[in-house]
Design a protein around this ligand. Structure first.
Ligand SMILES: Cc1ncc(COP(=O)(O)O)c(C=O)c1O
Length: 487
């Protein structure tokens, strides 16, 4: 509704004031699109210049942001990120991992469909092109039934390999087709890659916090993890990584440089260059997990570290699980100078990846639907993350901190001092809410008050209610009113 101009107010100031009030009242929520310039011209009977001036004023005040070709969106409040553990207290010692029992418990709970999905690392199925993929699968099974009657013993189906090489090249990462092995998701890719460059007992440097799946792989292979602290903004601390490499015989480094799980960090290009130079100096291989690189909110996709590799030291891994289909289980490794080992290990591990699944992904990649789908997926994750952040900031008690990733779909949440994430995890589970306790991402660090919240699902009434329940539990834990039962 139009509000009359206050005396001396310009037209554009009136419109800005109206929109500001509507944002404060929640008419437009964080992450939502504001009316376009054309709509404002029609509803307010003003010129395009006045409408644009109003929007620019709100943008200058930090209330909204312009997104290229999409319009103006309500921004979420920026707060200080959860601080990293201070480097001086960091021991930089390798050790056995020991997360698997706890991870198993957390992981199986995440698969329970009755739980509110704030823990599991999965996008809502309705955000993925499942119908189109299932039509494609049915058509492939009908037209090529012989595929079901034989082994397809190849490192990958040529159609998919071609699409992968083209796709990587489109963001500056040049990979030879012969380097590639198609895997069962990123999990098999990471397994093969790390096995190709290590032996049991070796030391592998990882960022702390890091995806618990990486830690589980190291544990299962009898490797020792050397956690190197990282921040939500910049990722792994490269000075500390250098010190760790000088002190210990680090056999490999495993990282998620773009929108890491759980803290969402994304390494800048100069830091990627420094990392590559450091590894090249020491001849240390990098297992690069780029599963979230396509979910960037900024205009450009971060370039993989692999694109800087001149010596074949980077084993570039990823999958389509977070952007197209977790169910088809299609991933890859481009193994650089270790390609032959990776190929043999794939054969020992699972012989081959079903050709029909590979073909379904290849057909989607070559269609014009891919870029359209990615644009709307990024938009959805960005909006969900902004709305869930806002809900947490509005309801959690003082002492709560939050990461503000520029991609992916996780929030790394710092709880007030004294609140133990395992206690919160258990109490939340009793309320049928799933969250991921921070301890499973940083086993050696004495950090107990972090949780990862997944923003893979739309922030609907059920999610909002669950966040308010979590906020109540956190408040009661912080005040010492709740005695969590024994684990
Ligand atoms: C960083 C990272 N790597 C790998 C995976 C596993 O991916 P996939 O389902 O393709 O095996 C995940 C899943 O959550 C992940 O977060």
């Amino acid at each position: 509704m139009s509000v009359g101009p206050a005396s001396g107010e310009f037209l554009y100031e009136r419109i800005a004031r109206q929109l500001d009030a509507q944002i404060q009242d929640g008419v437009f929520r964080v992450g939502e699109r504001l009316p376009s310039v054309r709509q404002l011209c029609a509803s307010e009977r003003v010129s395009p210049a006045s409408a644009l001036q109003a929007l620019s004023l709100l943008e200058a005040r930090g209330l909204i942001e312009a997104r290229p070709k999409s319009g103006f969106f309500v921004r979420h409040r920026r707060v200080d990120c959860a601080p990293p553990p201070p480097p001086s207290s960091c021991k930089l010692e390798p050790g056995a991992v020991g997360v698997s029992d706890v991870v198993a418990q957390v992981f199986y709970q995440a698969g329970d469909e009755r739980m509110v999905p704030l823990g599991a690392a999965i996008p809502a199925p309705e955000l993925l092109p499942t119908e189109r993929l299932s039509r494609c699968l049915a058509q492939l099974a009908r037209s090529q039934p012989e595929r079901l009657g034989r082994y397809d013993i190849k490192p990958g189906h040529p159609e998919l390999l071609r699409q992968l090489v083209r796709r990587f090249a489109s963001y500056g990462c040049h990979v030879a087709q012969e380097e590639l092995v198609v895997t069962f998701g990123a999990m098999e890719a990471l397994n093969l890659a790390v096995r190709a460059v290590t032996h049991p007992g070796d030391i592998v440097a990882v960022e702390s916090p890091c995806y618990f799946g990486l830690l589980e792989i190291l544990e299962s292979l009898g490797l020792r993890a050397l956690p190197v602290p990282g921040t939500c903004e910049e990722g792994i601390d490269l000075d500390l990584l250098e010190t760790a490499i000088e002190r210990h015989r680090v056999k490999a480094v495993m990282l998620v440089p773009s929108f890491s799980n759980p803290n969402g960090s994304c390494m800048s290009q100069p830091r990627r260059e420094r990392l590559m130079a450091l590894l090249a100096d020491h001849g240390i291989p990098l297992v690069e997990d780029d599963i979230y690189g396509d979910i960037h909110f900024g205009p450009e996709r971060p370039r993989p570290v692999k694109s800087l590799d001149r010596d074949g030291l980077v084993l570039y891994c990823g999958s389509f699980s977070k952007i197209l289909s977790p169910g088809l289980r299609v991933g890859w490794v481009a193994g650089g100078r270790y390609s032959e080992q990776v190929r043999r290990l794939k054969y020992i591990s699972s012989l081959t990846t079903p050709a029909i699944n590979q073909l379904a992904i290849a057909r989607f990649l070559e269609s014009t639907a891919m870029e359209r789908h990615l644009r709307s997926l990024r938009q959805a994750f960005r909006t969900q993350m902004a709305q869930i952040s806002e809900e947490i900031l509005a309801s959690f008690p003082e002492g709560t901190g939050l990461s503000q990733p520029e991609g992916g779909f996780y929030l790394w949440v710092q709880l007030p001092d004294g609140v133990d994430a395992f206690d919160l995890h258990r109490l939340a589970a009793a309320e049928k809410i799933d969250i991921a306790p921070g301890q499973i991402f940083c086993p050696h660090a004495d950090i107990r008050n972090r949780i990862r919240i997944s923003c893979g699902y739309p922030c609907d009434a059920r999610i909002r209610k669950s966040i308010h329940t979590l906020a109540r539990l956190v408040r009661e834990l912080a005040a010492g009113h709740l005695k969590p039962s024994k684990r």
